[in-house]
Ligand binder design. Structure first.
Ligand code: HEC
Length: 299
């Protein structure tokens, strides 16, 4: 759950917050230290995170590189207390709302919620995030651990999650499959969907039935299911080596998508709002993709 706006413009003063002491007059420090007794080297680590540049890329090229400190001049930092699935307990971070950060970094790019984003980490991991997800309420970029000075090590490798760590504030956002939390975040790229997931795109005319189904699939299914090995991994691949329409009867697929729990208990959510014609469009999409099987040679 979100607490009140914590340290509005922490570079300036925010004296009423216990976790955000007034800035020394030199201006060289920050709100990193939790008390005046803080060891200076861990405070320095936290400062480094605020100053680290988050790179924003478009079409493979850098368009901006902005530190949390600079972002916080125009975006109010928020203290977020949330259940953190990596630590399996509550954690407190100083953060910036992801949507505001994206709007700032990609100023001038139209229709941001309809774009695809790729979050890249220090070790080269690329985490795709749909625009709709980026703009979902509850996404924050943490730049300071408020429980442990510096950063509390994360994951099995006990890595430092800084400089930036994507967290989700709400109780129903703790599943790492649906709400990924890349840490050691270095850059965010905006890309056309077709460039990121080319093997999921049908070749028929853009007003075809299959394309209509593709639109639905891309919005509601792709983050869990892959087509031609591109997409999410929570659910099964639906085109390789056999397409779903090659081994299951169409009527069964349609009723399964609408209400999977009438077949078997699983984590596949129900899609009761899909109309018969939308279900037919999804089948048309699967049927076209059956003729466009393509695997990544690297896999
Ligand atoms: C939150 C993740 C998630 C989403 C979203 C999701 N699915 Fe699934 N889906 C799954 C999982 C997990 C399974 C496997 C369930 C099982 O094995 O019991 C599955 C199974 C299926 C199957 C059955 C595969 C088989 O061979 O039995 C089909 C078909 C399917 N999903 C289609 C879709 C479509 C179409 C959508 C979008 C409208 C969708 N799914 C959205 C997670 C998801």
């Amino acid at each position: 759950m979100r607490l009140a706006l914590a340290c509005l413009g922490f570079v300036a003063s925010c004296a009423q917050q216990a976790d955000c002491p007034p800035v020394p007059s030199s201006g060289s420090s920050s709100g990193a230290a939790q008390s005046s007794a803080a060891p200076s080297n861990s405070a320095a680590k936290a400062v480094a995170s605020e100053a680290a540049l988050l790179v924003f890329k478009e079409g493979g090229a850098e368009r901006a590189a902005i530190s949390a400190r600079t972002l916080a001049l125009s975006i109010a930092p928020v203290t977020v207390v949330q259940f953190d699935p990596y630590f399996k307990r509550e954690k407190r971070y100083k953060t910036l709302p992801l949507a505001a950060v994206i709007e700032r970094g990609f100023k001038g790019v139209n229709n941001l919620p309809q774009q695809e984003f790729i979050l890249r980490t220090k070790d080269g991991k690329a985490v795709p995030l749909r625009g709709a997800k980026v703009f979902e309420e509850g996404a924050y970029i943490a730049f300071e651990d408020l429980d442990v000075e510096g950063w509390e090590p994360i994951g099995q490798q006990r890595e430092n999650p800084g400089p930036y760590y994507l967290i989700w504030a709400n109780k129903d956002q703790t599943d790492l499959e649906t709400h990924p939390r890349p840490y050691q975040l270095m850059s965010i790229e905006v890309a056309r969907f077709e460039d990121v997931f080319p093997r999921t795109v049908p070749k028929s005319a853009t007003d075809s039935e299959a394309h209509k189904g593709f639109g639905l699939f891309r919005e509601q299914c792709l983050h869990c299911h892959s087509i031609n090995r591109q997409g999410g991994k929570l659910g099964p691949e639906l085109n390789l080596p056999q397409s779903i329409v090659e081994y299951r009867p169409v009527e069964q697929i349609k009723s399964y998508i609408k209400n999977p729990l009438t077949f078997r208990y699983s984590t596949m959510p129900a899609h009761e709002k899909l109309s018969q014609s939308e279900l037919d469009s999804l089948i048309a999409y699967f049927s076209e993709m059956k003729t466009l099987k393509q695997s990544d040679p690297a896999k």
